[in-house]
Design a protein around this ligand. Structure first.
Ligand SMILES: *[C@@H]1O[C@H](CO)[C@@H](O)[C@H](O)[C@H]1NC(C)=O
Length: 402
């Protein structure tokens, strides 16, 4: 019913979508390349995004029907630092998982460094941290210098036990302005070889402010009674919007300040099974999608998000084609001794607030509404580079806490 309404209003169906998911973006001679993917920076943006979507899919399918969140670009940063310690073969394996193999960028590390600098510009609302921690096993000093010189972060040798927990948590907290606390709640596994740590905090500002916030409203949950959560609301809110009938969802792109935007994918039905939608996500899909969305003014209701999520991504790496590498990490530039990967710790914190610079245009009343009051997916994208900054699936916002 709802879908039909939107269809009538817009008269468009986003059909470009389905084709993407089938080709995996590698169909020879097929798609026209969007402008987004023509410069080294935007190609890198697409690579980190595609890695992020793959990681998100792996996480979302393992943690079925739960809230899940990732800031993939910080994971890319950590694993790229780690790749600098690998043999040529190990590096190739990692680069494939990180989607760098298509870039043919001789300046790959500089391109990534520049991208990281640009997405962390103050005003975009993102802070990230990524670092390698290693057990003391005849570590090669060159590796410390190599990574520090390239990425400005020096890998660190572990001391063992709780000293490491404090040191790692303090460092992550410092790097994220105190917003990501207690990344580790227990010591790293003994004899774990190499560990990566990545973290991110995101609090973007809307371009257009929400006039109302804090009202407690119903949010439908799959197979349960509705929960009461705080919502932000604004009439005549300018968004870009479209319907995808193949994926049975309505999509809204909400502009944030400094060339960042949020895409919300709202299924037509109350369901925690968003598999079909997750399967379709690629950098190219989202770019094509953004070209087909239409400007609209809607009565917009959005949950006020305050969330913290942490997980060890190590078990997901085999889903990204890294099983062989995990069995033999070949980190010869870190140590001559065998180094296994012990953990890939990741923690994110995100908040939304009603603030924005602009007031909506009160004159043009519309009757369209976009109410995000049931399970949804969202992503935060840097529009300049196309890089995926943050992605999440909200199944039950009542379970979210900081
Ligand atoms: C989720 O939906 C997909 C297709 O949309 C289906 O193949 C899958 O079995 C569903 N998963 C669950 C747990 O119901």
């Amino acid at each position: 019913m709802k879908q039909t309404t939107f269809l009538l209003v817009f008269g468009v169906v986003l059909s470009a979508c389905q084709a993407q998911s089938d080709t995996g973006g590698e169909e020879p001679g097929g798609e026209e390349h969007v402008e987004l993917f023509t410069t080294p920076a935007t190609k890198m943006g697409a690579a980190t995004s595609d890695f992020g979507y793959n990681l998100f899919r792996a996480l979302a399918s393992r943690e079925a029907a739960t809230n899940v969140f990732l800031a993939p670009i910080s994971v890319s940063a950590a694993l790229t630092q780690l790749s600098m310690g690998g043999s040529e073969h190990a590096q190739r394996q990692l680069f494939r998982a990180l989607r760098y193999h298509t870039l043919q960028d001789p300046q790959l590390h500089n391109t990534l460094k520049d991208l990281l600098v640009s997405v962390r510009m103050p005003g975009k609302g993102l802070s990230t941290a990524a670092r390698i921690y290693m057990a003391r096993r005849r570590l090669k000093q060159d590796f410390f210098a190599l990574v520090e010189q390239q990425y400005g972060v020096r890998p660190k040798a572990l001391l063992g036990g709780n000293k490491d927990v404090k040191e790692i948590n303090d460092w992550v907290s410092r790097e994220t302005g105190g917003k990501v606390q207690r990344l580790l709640d227990k010591p790293l596994p003994q004899n774990s070889g190499v560990n990566t740590v990545s973290a991110a905090y995101f609090k973007g500002k809307w371009e257009t402010r929400f006039g109302q916030s804090g009202a407690m409203e119903n949010f439908q949950v799959d197979g349960g009674a509705p929960v009461r959560i705080p919502m932000m609301q604004q009439d005549n809110y300018p968004v870009k919007m479209g319907v995808d009938s193949d994926l049975s969802c309505t999509i809204a792109q909400i502009q944030m300040q400094n060339d960042v935007s949020m895409f919300v994918f709202l299924p037509d039905d109350v369901t925690s099974n968003t598999t079909l939608l997750e399967e379709s996500l690629t950098a190219e899909f989202v770019q094509d999608l953004s070209m087909t969305l239409h400007p609209a003014q809607v009565s917009l209701s959005l949950p006020t998000l305050r969330l913290s999520y942490s997980t060890d991504l190590l078990p997901l790496l085999s889903d990204l084609g890294l099983s062989e590498w995990l069995a033999n990490t070949d980190l010869e530039k870190i140590s001559n001794q065998r180094m296994t990967l012990g953990s890939v710790n990741h923690k994110v914190v995100m908040e939304t607030a009603p603030e924005g610079n602009l007031y909506p245009d009160a004159a043009s009343a519309t009757h369209l509404s976009y109410r995000v009051d049931r399970p949804f997916l969202y992503l935060i994208r840097d529009e300049a580079s196309g890089a995926l900054l943050f992605i999440g699936r909200v199944v039950n916002p009542k379970d979210l806490t900081i």
